[in-house]
Ligand binder design. Structure first.
Ligand code: XBP
Ligand code: MG
Length: 241
C-alpha cells in the first residue's frame, strides 16, 4: 500500500497542549468564582473523557457531590468552555505552546512528497486554527486538505466518527492512509475507522494501552527512523529538528 495521506491528531500529537488546556480550564473556573482547580493528577483522570465541554460535565457529575447544579447545565458548561477557549487561544497566540519536535519538518516533507494532510481532533476549531497559525504561519490551516474537529461529529473519540468524517471528505479509503495519535482514546478511534496508526507519547499518555498501534515513538526527533518504520515515501536522511 502506498500511503496517500497522513491524518493527524492535534492535542498531544502536533503539540504538547494539555497543560495549556488544563491551566485555561482553571482560569475559566476562577473567573466564574468557582473554587475548582484541576491539578495534573486529576486532569490526567479527566482526560479519559474527550472534549472540553464533556470533560467539565463529567467533573460536575462525578467529582462534586455537594455542588448545586445550575438550572441550565448545558448553558453553564457552554459558557465555562467558551471562557476557557479564549484563555487557551490567548496562550497559543503568546507563543507558549510550540509544535512538537519534528512535526513541522514532517509536514513540510509530506507536502513536498505529495502526501495529502488532514486533521482529526476532538478539540475546538478555534484552537486548531490558532495552533496552526502560530506553528506554521498565517496560511498554516491551508496545509491541511480537511480538518475534522470539535462538534463536527456527534460522538467524539474513542468513537471513530471524526476519522470516518475525514476519510469521506478526503475521498480516500482507510487503507490508503495512516494516522498519528498520542492517546488510547485517539488510537481506539482511528483503529475503529480501520486506519493504521502510529503513536507518539507524551507525559499524560505514556502509561496508556497502545495495543494495535503499528509502532510507538517517544517523539519525532528522528524523522529518518519514522520514515523507515512507517514506509512513508519521504527523504530518509537524518534531520536536525
Ligand atoms: C484532545 C481533547 C480535547 C482537549 C481540550 O483532543 O480531548 O478535548 O483536551 O480541547 P485530541 P477542547 O487529542 O483529539 O486533539 O476544550 O477544545 O475540547
Ligand atoms: Mg490527542
Amino acid at each position: 500500500m502506498t500511503i496517500q495521506a497522513i491524518i493527524f491528531d492535534v492535542d498531544g500529537t502536533l503539540a504538547d497542549t494539555e497543560d495549556g488546556h488544563r491551566k485555561s480550564f482553571n482560569k475559566a473556573f476562577a473567573e466564574n468564582k468557582l473554587d475548582w482547580s484541576w491539578d495534573a493528577a486529576l486532569y490526567n483522570q479527566l482526560l479519559g473523557v474527550t472534549g472540553g465541554k464533556e470533560r467539565i460535565k463529567y467533573f460536575v457529575e462525578g467529582f462534586l457531590p455537594g455542588f448545586t447544579r445550575p438550572e441550565d447545565i448545558e448553558e453553564f458548561v457552554k459558557h465555562l468552555h467558551k471562557v476557557k477557549t479564549a484563555h487557551y487561544t490567548a496562550m497559543l497566540r503568546e507563543g507558549h505552546i510550540p509544535l512538537r519536535p519534528g512535526i513541522k519538518q514532517l509536514l513540510t516533507d509530506a507536502r513536498n512528497g505529495n502526501i495529502r494532510l488532514a486533521i482529526a481532533t476532538t478539540t475546538s476549531p478555534e484552537n486548531v486554527a490558532t495552533l496552526l497559525q502560530q506553528g506554521l504561519g498565517a496560511d498554516g490551516a491551508s496545509w491541511f486538505e480537511v480538518i475534522g474537529c470539535g462538534d463536527v461529529v456527534p460522538h467524539k473519540k474513542p468513537a471513530p466518527d471524526v476519522y470516518f468524517w475525514v476519510l469521506e471528505k478526503m475521498g480516500l479509503p482507510a487503507a490508503d492512509c495512516i494516522a498519528l495519535e498520542d492517546s488510547e482514546n485517539g488510537l481506539r478511534s482511528s483503529l475503529a475507522a480501520g486506519i493504521k496508526t502510529f503513536v507518539t507519547l507524551n507525559h499524560y499518555t505514556r502509561n496508556q494501552n497502545f495495543s494495535g498501534a503499528e509502532a510507538v515513538f517517544n517523539d519525532l526527533t528522528d524523522l529518518g527512523n519514522f520514515y523507515r518504520v512507517t514506509g512513508l515515501p519521504l527523504p530518509k536522511q537524518q534531520f536536525s529538528v
